[in-house]
Structures are given as C-alpha cells and as structure tokens.
Ligand binder design. Structure first.
Ligand SMILES: [Zn+2]
Ligand SMILES: [Zn+2]
Length: 475
C-alpha cells in the first residue's frame, strides 16, 4: 500500500485539486481568446452591465455637480462614506476574503460585506475569485487584469468588454461555504441599492434635509471615486513606483497609489507577501486599511492578524539592494584580474624593467609610467622601486597608502609574477574589491575549478580569478 500523508479534516473540495503541473502553459496553448475588438465588432463584445454602471455613475455625478449645491455636511458625509465603502473592499473583499490575512468576528464580517456592497464591484465571491487569479497568474493572460495589456486595460478596459479568456483557475470553495459570503451573494442587488444609493441619500436627507445632495455627492460621486480608487490597484499599482522586494513582476510601491487606494499602494510588498494583513510595513507609510484592521483587533473584532517574518521580508529587500549595487558596479572600470594578465618570471620582470618603469607590489607587476610625475610622495621614491618588490614600502614601510591609492595602483597592473602571488592575501585585493557581489553560480564555478585543477591560484573575484601556473607568458 502506498503510504499517504495525513490530510486535515476538510469539508469542501478545492476546485483546483486536480490541476495539471503545466496548467498555465497548457491552458494558454490549448484555449482560444475571443477575437480582438475592432470597430466592426465592439458593440457585440461589450459587457453591457458593467459599461452602464461605469458610465452612468460618473454622468450622474457630473450632472449633480452642475445642478446641486454642495453643503458642508453632505461633503463630509460623502468623504466618510467613501472610506466606509472603500474599506469594505480593501479590509473586507481584499484582505479578509480574497487573502484571508486575518479572522473577522461575525459582526465585523457583516459590516464589511455590507460596506463592500456599497462599492458596487460585484459580490465578494466573484471579486475574490478574480483577485486570486490575478495573484496566481500575475502578468499572464490568465490574470483577468493582466498589466502587460496596458494601463487602460488593467484599469477599466477588462470590465467594459467580455473577458477575452476565462481567468485561470483559482479556488474559492472556502468562500462558497462561508455563510456571510453566501448571504451577500444572494441579496447582492438589494444590498447594493441600499448601501450605494439609499443610505447615502437618506442620511443627509433626514439629517440635514439634503436628499438630492446625498444622492448625487455621497451616492454617485462617491461611488465614482471608490470605483477608480480600486481600479488604480490594478493599473497604477502595477505601473508607478519602485520594486523594493522583487522585480520579477509588474507590482510596484508608491505613496500616490497608496493615497488614492485607501492604502493599497504598497503593491510590490503585497504581491510578495499577499497573506500579510499589511500593505505598508513602516509606521509612517499611508495604509488606513492596516490601521482599521489593527483597531478592530484592539476592539476584539478581528484576530489572527497574519504578518510575514521580518527576516523573510528583509531577504527580499536585501536581494533588491544587492541587485542595484551589482548594476552600479558594472558601470565602473575594474582592474584586470590575475586571470586576464600574463604570468611573468622574475628574470623577465628584471629585463623588462630596464626599458619601462615596472614595480612589483603584492605579486602584481605594475607599469607606473603614467604616474611617475603624479606620485604625491615625489617621483624619486617611486623611481627607486623600479624593478623591485615595493610591497613593504607601499603597505606602511615608507607610507601606509590610502585605499584610493591602492585602488589606483591596481589599475596599472600589467602582469603577475610567477609564484609571486600570495594566496588569499588581503594586499593582493584592492579595497574596492574586497566586498563584491558574486552570483551563486559563479561561486559554484570557482569551487569546481579549484577542486579540479592542480597548480591553480585563486582569490575571490566575480570574474573567477583562476589561472594555471604553467601558463607563463612574456610581456
Ligand atoms: Zn496586483
Ligand atoms: Zn491582493
């Protein structure tokens, strides 16, 4: 009998349990996209429900601005309702249901399900299914809002037309068994009307007699802002900003995106650590959704807030910093390594020194002709070392030269003295090269070469500073 791992008790079967190993490649190769949208077919390809919602709402808002006076109470309430319904999406749809980054108590779940309905972005179930596909298939055609298809497509285009391809499989069976998610799905239309238009109209109406202003400002205009705020997470957050944790995919971190998305702008972090309840990890970064979840935690309404271990987060940051430094180091001209220099015998060094100013330091032979007159200590001190080993004098015997001097000296290398290079000598490595970024594969190559070859000299260098002592050449 084949032993099997104990499986935890589970009362639902994930929809992707039998997914093939080459699912993405296979699906992209075997399923067809809908035809491209042209002037002749666009009216057949439109998603009429979304198009109407996304065009009528801003038109109502604009009509309201020109026909309805905005009173300060309604203005304040509209901002408040923007944050309520916005948090319904960010703290509810996104971080709670799509990513399960914390547990919410029943009252909080109901509140978020209601608030989210007021943002008119589909039910929790539909939204989370698309969002899980977005994370799993980021930047591929199985991602419903693939950022590689352009800013307009990822922002709104993908909703205005019929999906060109079915989004990649993403399991939401955990949500299918959630009572509150099912309840919201069932009553979605009624909840939407109440939360998106009824409450925004009647609160200002009964509160300060402004039904009309409530409908246009707290209803239509607020909804337009909430829509585009969420859409910016798919467009702006995959386009504007930095990649401090990983640059493999499009998600980026930017303060402006955070500002317009109720804190979802640290999207590079989010795609790396999607189950973290935070988007912003620093206290001064703008993430009101994280603050809201934290307050709910203090109030006992939320629990099990998930945060990735600090060390794992730092690994990503460090990798990106090293990558940046590596790129920077490639813009600098470095000294020739022992690998790239001819190996010279002592006799040849002596002979050649009669015709050109050669000085030996730490096993390297340097041609100092361009530097003789520039030497801060004077030409005479340098000239008297021609044809000699000046290591002792250079490293403190006469003057303990600066790092800059050592770096400069290394640029004058023209050869290596046979048997004259000290293995792993600090002095043989200019200070600028003592710490270097070496790729793991290069280290492996170095180790292999050192193991396999006899008479090999080596010292750390990304170029793989190895040469055979037999390869003696004349200058
Ligand atoms: Zn994203
Ligand atoms: Zn997400």
């Amino acid at each position: 009998m084949v032993p099997s791992l104990p499986t935890p008790p589970i009362d639902y079967i994930p929809s992707d349990v039998n997914i093939p190993d080459n699912y993405v490649e296979h699906t992209l190769a075997t399923t067809k996209e809908l035809p491209p949208i042209t002037l002749n077919n666009w009216w057949k390809e439109l998603n009429y429900v979304s198009t109407i919602v996304l065009t009528v709402t801003p038109c109502l808002a604009i009509y309201g601005i020109f026909t309805t006076k905005l009173v300060w109470q309604t203005a304040l309430f509209s901002v408040f309702w923007y944050f309520v319904t916005g948090l319904g999406i960010t703290a509810g749809y996104h971080r709670l249901w799509a990513h399960r980054s914390y547990n919410a108590s029943v009252p909080l779940e109901y509140a978020l399900a209601l608030a989210g309905a007021g943002a008119v972005q589909g039910s929790i179930r539909w939204w989370s299914r698309g969002h899980r596909a977005h994370h799993r298939y980021t930047d591929t055609d199985l991602d419903p809002y693939n950022a590689h298809k352009g800013l307009l497509w990822s922002h709104i285009g993908w909703m205005l037309v019929k999906p060109r391809r079915k989004p990649g499989v993403a399991d939401v069976s955990d949500l299918a068994k959630n009572k509150i998610v099912r309840w919201q799905h069932q009553w979605y239309l009624q909840l939407l009307i109440i939360m998106a238009f009824l409450i925004p109209s009647i609160v200002p109406g009964f509160g300060w007699g402004d039904f009309r202003g409530g409908f246009f400002y707290a209803g239509a205009m607020r909804l337009t802002f909430v829509h585009h705020s969420t859409f910016c997470v798919n467009s702006l957050a995959h386009w504007l900003g930095t990649t401090p944790f990983d640059d493999k995919h499009t998600p980026r971190d930017h303060f402006i995106t955070a500002l317009v998305t109720v804190g979802e702008g640290y999207h590079n972090f989010h795609h790396q650590f999607p189950m973290d309840y935070r988007n912003a990890i620093k206290w001064y970064q703008y993430d009101p959704t994280k603050w809201f979840i934290t307050v709910c935690y203090w109030l006992g309404l939320a629990s099990h807030l998930k945060a990735f271990p600090e060390g794992e987060i730092k690994k990503g940051q460090l990798t990106m910093e090293l990558k940046k430094l590596d790129r920077k180091s490639h813009t600098i001209t470095w000294p020739k390594s022992s690998n790239d220099l001819p190996v010279i015998t002592w006799e040849s060094f002596q002979e050649q020194s009669l015709t050109r100013p050669l000085v030996l330091i730490s096993g390297f032979i340097h041609d100092v002709s361009s530097f003789l007159d520039e030497h801060p200590g004077g030409r005479h001190l340098l000239a008297k070392m021609i044809g000699k080993d000046a290591s002792t004098a250079f490293f403190g015997g006469v003057y303990d030269h600066s790092n800059a001097a050592h770096n400069l000296l290394a640029m004058m290398r023209v050869g290596v003295l046979q048997h004259g290079l000290e293995l792993e000598s600090e002095r043989a490595i200019p200070p600028s090269q003592r710490l270097q970024i070496v790729r793991a594969v290069q280290i492996a190559d170095l180790i292999r070469a050192a193991d396999g070859g006899e008479n090999m000299f080596s010292f750390p260098s990304p170029a793989g500073n190895l040469y055979s002592a037999d390869e003696v050449t004349k200058l």
